[in-house]
Design a protein around this ligand. Structure first.
Ligand SMILES: [Zn+2]
Length: 247
């Protein structure tokens, strides 16, 4: 190790893990302050989810989330930094992090009425009435009930919470997070798409393992089913064999 390398190495050790990781690649990261806001935001969203319930959390709007948090002592109102981080994740163009998908939602306070969705039993998830529900029933009819809904309608707060927990797991790395999950205003789950998986595969349904199942192979043969994020898609998102394109 040269002296210069040693200096880089030792200063990286004394820096926060965020900065250390940032030293070695060109990925974009949250600053240390933003990262600590992310942690408190993530905790608040988890408490909110527990309070309103898994199913309702898929649909709850921004305004209603703020109201519920403010009224519940155990959650507590979202603070200024948390609100501005939410606003940033919703408003900014994620192309700078390598996400080139389309914006699907222009209203931070987007409302999804229970009148417009159907709850799918035993999943805690919803699907929009009309084409999404009809296609889902057709897929299950063609493949059988070893296939099931792993994620359906997701309003802005639910997408935000998935985005935040992934960003937390990836230590504030915005570039890597953008490959795995759409930012809160860019998910097609907000307007009609849904995810399916194989019973018993659990969280591995959201990995390449799903593409190896008989269920996926059967699904590929159905001419009315399209996969939103194919391998090497132009959106910059990883291959998602489980994500059915409806819209
Ligand atoms: Zn999906």
């Amino acid at each position: 190790m040269t002296r210069r390398d040693f200096l880089i190495y030792s200063s990286a050790l004394t820096a926060t893990s965020l900065n250390a990781a940032a030293l070695y690649n060109t990925d974009k990261f949250l600053t240390a302050d933003e990262y600590s806001t992310l942690l408190s935001l993530d905790t608040k969203l988890t408490k909110l989810k527990r309070h309103v319930g898994f199913g309702n959390f898929n649909l709850i709007s921004y305004d209603d989330s703020l109201k519920v948090a403010r009224m519940n002592r155990r959650i507590g109102a979202f603070n200024k930094e948390e609100l501005s981080l939410i606003d940033r994740f919703f408003s900014e163009n994620p192309a700078k992090y390598g996400f080139y998908g389309e914006r699907t939602c222009y209203d931070l306070n987007n409302k999804i009425s229970k009148k417009h969705v159907v709850k799918i039993p035993r999943t805690g998830h919803y699907i929009f009435k009309g084409t999404p529900t009809e296609d889902y029933a057709r897929i299950i009819g063609d493949i059988g009930d070893t296939l099931y809904l792993t994620s359906g309608v997701r309003n802005v707060m639910k997408q935000l919470s998935l985005y935040c927990s992934k960003l937390k797991r990836l230590k504030g790395n915005l570039t890597q997070t953008s490959k795995d999950i759409a930012p809160p205003a860019y998910s097609f789950h907000t307007i009609g798409d849904f995810d399916v998986g194989k019973l018993g595969l659990g969280s591995r349904n959201f990995t390449a393992a799903f593409a190896k199942t008989a269920e996926f192979r059967q699904m590929r043969k159905l001419d009315y089913v399209r996969i939103r994020y194919s391998p090497n898609n132009s959106d910059g998102v990883r291959f998602e064999p489980w994500h059915v394109k409806i819209v």
